[in-house]
Design a protein around this ligand. Structure first.
Ligand SMILES: [Zn+2]
Length: 312
């Protein structure tokens, strides 16, 4: 995600600076969202999640606190980066930008304690020119290979998303989650030892309005989240320096954002992202929070099975 895009969507969502109006991002929901809090009983032990985003900074910015929570609760985590992030730097060439963001992606995986990263390497800002089927098949193979239980990604039903990389990734992820369980979808994959495997939990985040039914309390993980965002140094550095240029054009400067130092990046993360999560949390009586459309396992037959099932 680029700086211009973040602030444009942030303003539309009502959490940018003095114009902040909490509640603007959430579509009317029939029931209040479930508040998910940290669980010290390690419910994620033995489970696997995949964070799937076109760009390196999408996950840390919109779901970093939840990623940290799941890892703290015992999950094994993977990061699938769909694009090559060739368009997001301040003054590097395209080739230098690919390499800088690749190194940052490795840093994010290390800082977060994720098990591995898979780069699909499609060209940044061009995913709408790629076959969704091709992306879907690659994801289905990875879901089967890694036995992914839970995914975090962009909401395929989020509104007013202007970046094709975001909505194409979201659509491919959503379809792959259930088709990976079908024995007639790409059966040749089974010959290398993988089996049909469905993804049972989805955490969808969005830049614009979405139907929010899950709010994750990220107060215990906000510092981990800030460190994840800081690992995206090239992208956040681009945001800081572009913001400085924008301020200078208006005859202004924010001393804390001056230069391209780690301190400037940290100050920016606090002002732009930690403050946003604080405003989201305030809507739900929490210190810091992230919002999602959550889709969980299907329990519709549980009662019937309980009443009628026999031991075999
Ligand atoms: Zn993005």
């Amino acid at each position: 995600m680029e700086r211009r895009g973040f602030f444009k969507m942030a303003a539309a969502a009502g959490f940018a600076g003095a114009t902040a109006q909490s509640g603007a991002q959430v579509l009317p929901s029939p029931q209040p969202p479930v508040i998910e809090r940290s669980n010290l009983n390690q419910p994620g032990r033995g489970k696997v999640f995949a964070l799937i985003t076109p760009h390196l900074d999408d996950g840390p910015i919109f779901a970093g606190g939840t990623v940290a929570k799941l890892l703290n609760e015992g999950y094994t985590g993977y990061f699938i980066r769909v694009s090559n992030d060739e368009k997001d730097s301040y003054n590097l060439t395209l080739g230098e930008t690919v390499l800088a963001n690749e190194k940052d992606a490795a840093r994010f995986v290390e800082v977060a304690g994720l098990k591995k990263r898979y780069d699909l390497q499609y060209r940044n800002h061009g995913l709408d020119d790629i076959s969704r089927m091709e992306i879907r098949v690659r994801l289905i193979f990875l879901f089967r290979l890694l036995k992914v239980d839970t995914i975090l990604s962009y909401d395929p039903w989020g509104h007013y998303e202007e970046n094709p990389d975001h909505y194409v990734t979201a659509q491919a992820v959503e379809a792959a989650c259930w088709m990976s369980a079908d024995h007639l979808d790409f059966p040749e994959q089974f010959e290398v030892g993988v089996k049909p495997h469905s993804v049972s939990e989805k955490y969808y985040f969005a830049r614009g309005p979405q139907l929010v039914n899950r709010v994750v309390d990220i107060a215990p993980t906000i510092k981990q989240k800030a460190a994840y965002i800081a690992s995206c140094k090239t992208m956040i550095g681009n945001m800081v320096r572009s913001e400085n240029d924008s301020l200078a054009a208006r005859g202004l400067r924010v001393p804390a954002f001056a230069g391209n130092s780690d301190a400037a990046i940290d100050a920016y993360i606090q002002a732009a992202f930690v403050e946003r999560d604080k405003q989201i949390g305030a809507k739900y009586g929490l210190e810091y929070a992230e919002e999602f459309h959550y889709i969980g396992p299907d329990h519709s037959l549980d009662e019937y099975v309980k009443a009628h099932a026999e031991r075999i």
